[in-house]
Design a protein around this ligand. Structure first.
Ligand code: C5P
Length: 405
C-alpha cells in the first residue's frame, strides 16, 4: 500500500517563485495515494495557473472566499473539515505573518483558522526575509501553536542570494508528508545506524572496498526517523542523500567508523550495524602513489576492529542489532555471529540469491534472536526497513521489560 493511501491533503500555494514546483508536488503526493485539493492565493496565481493545478490534482482549484459557485461545490468550512493535513508550500513571509496574526481575509488564511487539521508550513523566501526578526518571531509563535515547520532549505535562491530560505525539495516534502502519518512509536529513543562500505587506503589514490550501496542502512535510518527516533547515521562513502531529519556522519575507513560508533554507542538506545565494514586494512599505507615497477606486488593486511562486537563490550551497551550477509548456511553463520559478537538480534540475508541484498533495491531478511526467528519477505528495502524497525523495537521493549522486572 502507498504511504499516503486515502489521506486527504489540502495544498495551499502562496505567491512565491517556488510555486512553480507545486504541480510536481501534487503529482508526487497523488502517486503516494493522497487525494489533493489545491487552494491558491491571488499571489500564487501570478506564478502558476489554477488550470495546471486542476489538471494535476484532478480536482477544481479553490482560490476565492467569495465565489458562490465554488462554495456550492465544496465550501471553505467543508474543505477545512475534509483535510487530514494542510500543507502550505510555498509559504511566503506574508502568508506566515497573516496566519500568525489570525487574519482571515482570503480563502487560505480562513481555512487555517477554520480547520482542526494539522498544518505544515514549507517556508520559501529570500534569506534576509527568513532571518528578519518579525519572520522568526512568527515562526516561533506558529511552532508554539503546534504548526509543523518543514524547512526552509539552504542554497542558492531565485534572487541570487545564498542562504536559508529555499523551499525544501519536492522529494523531502513528499517524504515528510508520508512521515507525518506514521505513528511515532520510537519517540524519545536514539538510534545509531552504520551503513555503506568502508574504504581502506592503499596509497593516496587507491583503496580496498566492497559493493555495499548503503541502501539498506539508509532505509533503516529513514524508517526510524519516521517513527520518531533521533537517528545518527554513520555512513561510509555512498551516493545516497541522507534521509531528511537524521544526523549524518560521513566516514571513509573502518577506523573512523569505529571511533564514531564507540563514542556514540553509550548514549543511544539502539545500535544497528548495517555497514559492510572491510575486514582488513593495509598495514603500511604508502605516503605516495605506488609505481607499477614490479610484475607482482604484495599487500600486507591487518584485521580491522570489529565495530559491533566492540560496542557489545561496553558496560553501558545499547540494544544491538547486527547484519549477516551470507551466501550459504545462512542460519548457521548468522546464529554463530549473534553469539560470538554478543548481539541482541541479527538480520540475515542470502546474498547469493539474485534480486536481493547488495546494491539491489529489494531485500528479504530473517531476523534471529537467541530464542526465535522471524522472516521478512522479499520487498523494496523501504518496506523491509519499516518492518525491521518495528520488530527491533518490539524486541527492545521486551528486553527492557524483562530487565526491569
Ligand atoms: O563478521 P561479519 O562481517 O559477517 O559481521 C557482520 C556484522 O558485523 C554486521 O553487522 C557488520 O556491520 C558488523 N561488523 C562490524 N565491524 C567489522 C565487521 C563487521 O561492525 N569490522
Amino acid at each position: 500500500m502507498e504511504i499516503l493511501q486515502g489521506k486527504k491533503i489540502v495544498l495551499g500555494i502562496s505567491g512565491g517563485i517556488a510555486a512553480y514546483k507545486a504541480p510536481e508536488l501534487v503529482r508526487r503526493l497523488k502517486e503516494q495515494g493522497a487525494d489533493i485539493r489545491v487552494v491558491m492565493t491571488e499571489g500564487a496565481k501570478a506564478f502558476i495557473t489554477p488550470l495546471t493545478l486542476q489538471a494535476v490534482s484532478g480536482n477544481a482549484v479553490a482560490d476565492s472566499l467569495l465565489d458562490t459557485q465554488a462554495e456550492l461545490a465544496m465550501g471553505h468550512i467543508e474543505l477545512a473539515k475534509w483535510a487530514d493535513l494542510i500543507i502550505i508550500a510555498p509559504a511566503t513571509a506574508d502568508i506566515i505573518a497573516k496566519i500568525t496574526a489570525g487574519m482571515a481575509n482570503d480563502l487560505l488564511t480562513t481555512l487555517c483558522l477554520a480547520t482542526s487539521a494539522p498544518i505544515a508550513i514549507a517556508p520559501a523566501m529570500n534569506q534576509q526575509m527568513w532571518h528578519a526578526l518579525a519572520t522568526q518571531a512568527n515562526i516561533t509563535t506558529l511552532k508554539d501553536r503546534g504548526y509543523h515547520i518543514w524547512g526552509p532549505g539552504c542554497g542558492e535562491q531565485a534572487c541570487g542570494d545564498v542562504g536559508l530560505g529555499r523551499m525544501l525539495d519536492v522529494d523531502d516534502l513528499v517524504s515528510l508528508s508520508g512521515d507525518f502519518f506514521v505513528e511515532k512509536y520510537l519517540q524519545g529513543q536514539h538510534w545509531v545506524v552504520t551503513a555503506g562500505p568502508t574504504r581502506e587506503a592503499i596509497d593516496p589514490v587507491r583503496y580496498i572496498s566492497n559493493h555495499s550501496s548503503g541502501k539498506m542502512g539508509y532505509a533503516i535510518a529513514h524508517a526510524a526517523v519516521r517513527a520518531g527516533a533521533k537517528v545518527t547515521l554513520i555512513s561510509g562513502p555512498v551516493t545516497l542523500n541522507a534521509p531528511f531529519g537524521c544526523e549524518l556522519i560521513r566516514v571513509n575507513s573502518a577506523d573512523e567508523m569505529h571511533q564514531h560508533a564507540l563514542s556514540l554507542a553509550p548514549t543511544c538506545s539502539t545500535f544497528v550495524a548495517c555497514a559492510a565494514v572491510a575486514d582488513y586494512r593495509v598495514a603500511n599505507v604508502a605516503a605516495q602513489k605506488i609505481k607499477k615497477t614490479n610484475d607482482a606486488m604484495q599487500l600486507e593486511l591487518v584485521k580491522n576492529h570489529d565495530i559491533v562486537a566492540d560496542v557489545a563490550q561496553l558496560t553501558d551497551k545499547p540494544f544491538i542489532v547486527g547484519f549477516a550477509a551470507e551466501t550459504q548456511n545462512v542460519e548457521h553463520y548468522a546464529r554463530g555471529k549473534l553469539v560470538r559478537k554478543n548481539l541482541d538480534l541479527i538480520a540475515a540475508n542470502d546474498v547469493a540469491k539474485s534480486g536481493q541484498g547488495f546494491n539491489s533495491d529489494d531485500n528479504a531478511l530473517t531476523l534471529f534472536s537467541a530464542v526465535d526467528h522471524i522472516e521478512i519477505p522479499l520487498a523494496n528495502k523501504t518496506i523491509v526497513a519499516q518492518q525491521l524497525v518495528s520488530l527491533i523495537n518490539q524486541h527492545y521493549l521486551a528486553k527492557l521489560n524483562s530487565t526491569e522486572l
